[in-house]
Write a protein that binds this ligand. Structure first.
Ligand SMILES: *Cc1c(COP(=O)(O)O)cnc(C)c1O
Length: 432
């Protein structure tokens, strides 16, 4: 009935998240509010872990791409579920370490790590640093040398496959700021350089082909291209790389019409592609890493707002204004992302209104959704926007000096605060 399994309706006709009444959540914690179902997050994590066990005999690791939703409690849950973590900045690394996340299971990404971030990552003893470019390789080698350490790295490769949602293209030379290109010889040059550096240990390669992908074929193709490159490396240098990180990008349901592939299916067919190509080319099956972000947290979260004004412009449209907006959810203004909207207290009523859900920022583009079906809402109603668990809190801003919302985690019939609501004092904390 809803886009996510953890969403339902209770006997009062109220929308529930993980069995918890969302109208009560809004009353207890205030709005806007990010709310998560912990069981759903854990289920998603376990499904990925199981797929590694089943398809690679456990010879792999699931890294949660923390940029989707990064806070200390999320890091603790991932650690508890046996996941590793993908971080892309010193800030995400700091968050993970503050939560007691084991450094050796942290993989540090990014296309332009600063000298300070490289130093922090080496000092922390992160598991792998994913090197993006030659400048970074040189910096990694020299910084590790100065510290008397070895930098354990992967190289980010552009496999020449660019996948976005319903479509993917295979180009000769992909135009991307990330990583080393295969077809120009740049990737092979980087491999040789990495192998030659005394303070670098090259464990393997990484690729990530896009996000919100609904098809199997681009993932299978990326796996094939990468294994072919492993074979080429073996032939040219004699080196057999131990690890292969295939990235994330698995799609989720935002609207009922979305049809993502079930995760076990992705893993099964990608594993088949890896094994077939390894066998055909005489390459050993590497330790496999995958990096799901959105598909771990996206559909496990929703946002609750309180409706302020409802403004009907005859012959034009109805604006339903809420107490949040682009500050807590910039995805509509950035990508025109679709969302399912539900009036939380009237969840079993028919959606007989077509409304544009507007935020409270001084910006006409500050919309959460245009022309969306919703129940007849009135001022004071609680409005739920579903599947906002990924890339909402993590992309939030203080535009118009609006404090960022709180986040709560629901589990076993109780709800607990995991991120406090920002205060006005927080807003001026760093002002001088
Ligand atoms: C963003 C990103 C991910 C996660 O992508 P999702 O679409 O959220 O699964 C994984 N790996 C890298 C390198 C990324 O940049």
């Amino acid at each position: 009935m809803f886009v996510s399994d953890c969403i339902s309706v209770n006997e009062n006709g109220h929308l529930t998240l993980g069995g918890y009444d969302t109208v009560s959540l809004a009353r207890e914690f205030g709005t806007p509010l990010y709310a998560y179902d912990e069981e759903q997050i854990r289920k998603n994590a376990r499904a990925y872990k199981k797929s590694i066990d089943e398809n690679y005999g456990g010879n792999g690791l699931v890294l949660y791409a923390s940029k989707a939703f990064c806070c200390k409690e999320m890091c603790r849950i991932c650690n508890d579920e046996g996941l590793g973590l993908d971080v892309v900045s010193g800030g995400e690394l700091y968050t993970a370490l503050s939560a007691g996340f084991p450094a050796e299971k942290i993989y540090f990404h990014g296309n332009n790590k600063t000298a300070a971030e490289i130093s922090e990552a080496l000092d922390a003893g992160v598991g792998r640093i994913i090197a993006d470019n030659i400048t970074e390789l040189e910096m990694l080698n020299s910084t590790a040398g100065k510290k008397g350490r070895t930098a354990n790295i992967l190289l980010r490769i552009k496999p020449g496959i660019d996948a976005h949602t319903h479509d993917f293209i295979r180009t000769g030379q992909i135009d991307s700021k990330f990583g080393f290109a295969l077809e120009t010889g740049e990737a092979m040059q980087a491999v040789k350089l990495a192998l030659s550096y005394p303070n670098i240990s090259l464990a393997g390669l990484h690729c990530h082909i896009g996000s919100q992908i609904f098809e199997l074929s681009p993932f299978e193709l990326a796996a094939k291209v990468m294994i072919e490159f492993y074979a080429e490396i073996k032939k040219e240098t004699g080196a057999e790389l131990d690890e292969l990180d295939l990235g994330g990008g698995f799609g989720i349901k935002y609207l009922d019409s979305d049809e993502p592939v079930a995760y076990p299916e992705y893993m099964k067919s990608v594993a088949a592609a890896v094994k077939e190509n390894c066998a055909a080319l005489g390459v050993k099956v590497p330790f496999i890493l995958i990096e799901p972000g959105r598909s771990i947290v996206g559909s496990a979260g929703l946002t609750l707002y309180t409706v302020g004004s409802v403004k009907t412009i005859p012959g034009v449209r109805t604006y339903v204004s809420v107490d949040g907006g682009m500050g807590d959810n910039p995805r509509y203004i950035l990508y025109q992302s679709p969302y399912e909207i539900v009036c939380a207290g009237k969840a079993n009523e028919k959606k007989d209104l077509i409304a544009t859900i507007a935020g409270k920022c001084c910006e006409s583009g500050d919309l959460i959704q245009e022309n969306a079906p919703v129940q007849k809402v009135q001022p004071g109603d609680t409005l739920a926007v579903l599947s906002t668990g990924a890339y909402n809190y993590s992309m939030a801003s203080n535009y118009n000096r609006i404090p960022r919302p709180a986040a709560v985690m629901v589990r076993d019939g109780s709800a607990r605060l995991i991120i406090k609501r920002e205060t006005y004092e927080n807003l001026i904390e760093n002002d001088i």
